[in-house]
Design a protein. Structure first.
Length: 279
């Protein structure tokens, strides 16, 4: 069991028992660790103490973020990057849609490289064409992960190989984000889906948005449900941050790769822009 699995057990326990306000000892027991070991493992994973991390997962914290977004113009709220933090200002993610032919024929004639890697939130499968990343998903089981890739591109040719495109994309899981190169995405989607996914890329790290806000951002204010469907079909986990979209009431809502993982990612991202100096 890696650190994320232990942290996930703790988060799940807290979600179930939050009304009882469990202390560190109880939470550590849920993760099958001693309080001291759990505190250390958690700090290594999140960069902050469990107590600080849990503040990022509360409903009040989410509502505060949403109020901050509402306090500014939508265009301002969706500005990319956090140059003041010195973290993501060098990160640019660019989307290129597949041609109509590639979209319709399931990726026929596409050569897709794929590989498996570890991330702070569990194992992932990442796949690329010559133009960029076309697929990324959390996949603890490699066979199931590959089956999901094939389902997305049923007519493509696959080769298990790690290439530089994949390696550059995987750097996003490290804390040295200043050294990230441009990340190219080569996506199979409708024009509407591509608009939604592009809007997601403009939600800054550590911030959240709502389905209705995304609908307004792409000039389809009455299409919140369609936006939700497009978000649910996001083919590139984490890089396209669909986890940053929550319900208007501040609840995190569902996530294709599990609600606990969504909680973990949101808390981890908040911790990365609000680190503790002393843990």
């Amino acid at each position: 069991m890696d650190n994320y699995d232990k942290v996930a057990l703790a988060i799940e326990y807290i979600k179930t028992h939050f009304k009882e306000q469990p202390d560190l000892r109880e939470i550590a027991a849920a993760a099958h660790l001693s309080p001291y070991h759990f505190q250390r493992v958690f700090a290594e994973w999140a960069g902050v103490s469990p107590k600080k991390f849990l503040q990022f997962l509360t409903l009040d914290y989410a509502k505060t973020l949403l109020k901050q977004q509402k306090a500014t113009l939508l265009d301002t709220a969706f500005e990319t990057g956090l140059s003041g933090t010195g973290r993501l200002h060098d990160l640019f993610i660019n989307i290129e849609g597949m041609t109509p032919g590639e979209y319709k024929n399931g990726g026929k004639a596409l050569q897709i490289n794929y590989s498996f890697a570890e991330s702070p939130f569990g194992n992932v499968i990442v796949a690329s064409t010559s133009k960029g990343i076309c697929y990324m998903a959390f996949a603890e089981d490699e066979s199931a992960g590959f089956a999901g890739l094939v389902q997305t591109f049923p007519a493509a040719t696959f080769r298990q190989m790690t290439d530089m495109i994949q390696q550059h994309a995987l750097y996003i899981f490290t804390h040295d984000w200043n050294s990230l190169s441009d990340i190219k995405l080569h996506l199979k989607g409708t024009p509407f889906q591509l608009k939604v996914w592009d809007a997601l890329l403009h939600i800054p790290l550590g911030q959240v948005s709502t389905y209705s806000d995304i609908a307004q951002q792409i000039n389809h204010p009455n299409a919140s449900r369609a936006v939700g469907t497009a978000i649910g079909s996001n083919p590139v986990a984490f890089l396209i941050p669909c986890h940053r979209v929550i319900r208007a009431n501040g609840e995190t809502g569902s996530y294709h790769w599990g609600a606990t993982r969504k909680h973990a990612i949101l808390g981890w991202e908040a911790a990365n822009i609000s680190p503790e100096k002393d843990i």
